[in-house]
Design a protein around this ligand. Structure first.
Ligand SMILES: C[S@@+](CC[C@H](N)C(=O)[O-])C[C@H]1O[C@@H](n2cnc3c(N)ncnc32)[C@H](O)[C@@H]1O
Length: 379
């Protein structure tokens, strides 16, 4: 039987995990990330494929660290890899979860009103979003986070990332899009159209107010015992040289979908805040055959890293090109040829339409539902 007909035969379609947005641990909602999956997804597969606690769960396209965070919440260690330094910052910041008291103390020690220079670049690119006094506070915080490396400050930085732009008073910016950073030119047009200009927004209280929501659910007492053993790497999925062979018990991941998300352009304000300006090699491949080759080479590398008898779960959304739905799951199965991985099954989780669904690059199908397609392999 060909790999494609096998993929069609071995489908399991069901609502395996629920569509309820807020039922996972509140920590997962500290910051948004383009094309992230719901925490219920890694949670489901950890419960399905791991026997006992203290295992190692690996996500080679880790994004905002959903898999790593959920692994630590469930009592496992994580290996988090992503080529995007923004992803690394977010995932590492989640390694130590401070209390609100620790955050209050840290914020009370830092002076955000210190004199800073707003240069021509800031004026042109940032003043469409921020009042000059808000911008001064952001510039001060940016400088402190870059200079000092302490876990409480990193969590403050993570929370500040989530407040940079959005549509309510809880954000530092004037009304703008929360999911992606739009260009200063579009924001200028937005301001004219809405007859608005940025007002002063004090940032410390907004950071604390958001953190209170992220830290609302109690932390499992063993969380830090596992999170401190996490490994973070910033490498291309085809050559993960810092990760030892046969070192992971389960791989759960979601690769970039063809060219559906532009991580750099959509995150430019966050990149600026973290001072990330080197050129990134984030994979954006519009052609299905180039994408399949990329997945093939990545799967070979995943085979090396998995322990014998362990599973790999590769999630792909329903992606359209023009009017055509591209069955990426079938291409993933085909790409596993000659990698050593054995195809087991494909889980299709159907769920009711949610308004966040388009931001993970997946379109709604005709029945008004969304689906995650998870291809499972075994070593
Ligand atoms: C679909 S997102 C993963 C989102 C993640 N599941 C989450 O919940 O946040 C794909 C990720 O792949 C990363 N990426 C793109 N090309 C890569 C490459 N060649 N090697 C490693 N990571 C890459 C992107 O930076 C992005 O974070």
């Amino acid at each position: 039987m060909s790999k494609i007909s096998q993929a069609k035969e071995k489908l399991q379609v069901q609502e395996f995990w629920t569509a309820k947005q807020k039922q996972s641990h509140s920590l997962h909602y500290a910051v948004s990330y383009r094309a992230s999956f719901k925490p219920e997804l890694p949670s489901f597969f950890m419960q399905q494929y791991l026997d006992g606690k203290n295992k190692t769960v690996f996500d080679p396209f880790g994004g905002r660290g959903t898999t790593a965070l959920e692994a630590n919440i469930l009592g496992h260690k994580a290996i988090h890899n992503d080529i995007n330094p923004l992803s690394l910052f977010i995932a590492k910041a989640n390694q130590y979860i401070p209390t609100i008291k620790e955050m209050e103390l840290e914020l009370s020690k830092i002076d955000l009103t210190d004199k800073v220079q707003i240069n021509d670049w800031d004026e042109k690119n940032l003043s469409p979003f921020y009042h000059k006094d808000t911008l001064k506070e952001i510039l001060n915080l940016k400088k402190i986070i870059k200079k000092e490396n302490n876990p409480v400050l990193n969590y403050i930085g993570l929370t500040a990332l989530s407040r940079l732009h959005g549509h309510s008073d809880g954000f530092f910016s004037v009304y703008t899009f929360p999911q992606i950073s739009i260009t200063p030119e579009s924001q200028n047009r937005n301001n004219l159209k809405r007859n608005q200009k940025p007002e002063y927004k004090e940032i410390k209280s907004r950071i604390l107010s958001k953190a209170r929501r992220s830290l609302k659910d109690s932390l499992p007492p063993f969380f830090h015992e596992f999170s401190k053993k996490n490994l973070f790497t910033n490498e291309d999925s085809r050559n993960l040289k810092s990760i030892t062979s046969a070192s992971c018990d389960l791989l759960i991941t979601s690769p970039p979908f063809l060219d559906k998300v532009d991580y750099l352009k959509d995150n430019w304000l966050r990149m600026w805040f973290l001072g990330i300006n080197e050129k990134q090699d984030i994979t954006i491949l519009p052609s299905v055959s180039d994408w399949s080759n990329f997945i093939h080479l990545s799967l070979k590398e995943f085979y090396r890293i998995l322990k014998k008898g362990s599973y790999a779960v590769i999630e792909v959304g329903e992606v359209t090109q023009g009017k055509k739905i591209i069955p990426l799951d079938e291409f993933v199965v085909k790409a596993s040829n000659n990698t050593g991985l054995r195809y087991e099954t494909t889980f299709i989780n159907t769920q009711k339409f949610t308004k966040l669904s388009n931001c993970w690059g997946a379109d709604n199908n005709e029945k008004g539902t969304n689906s995650n397609r998870c291809v499972v392999f075994k070593k």
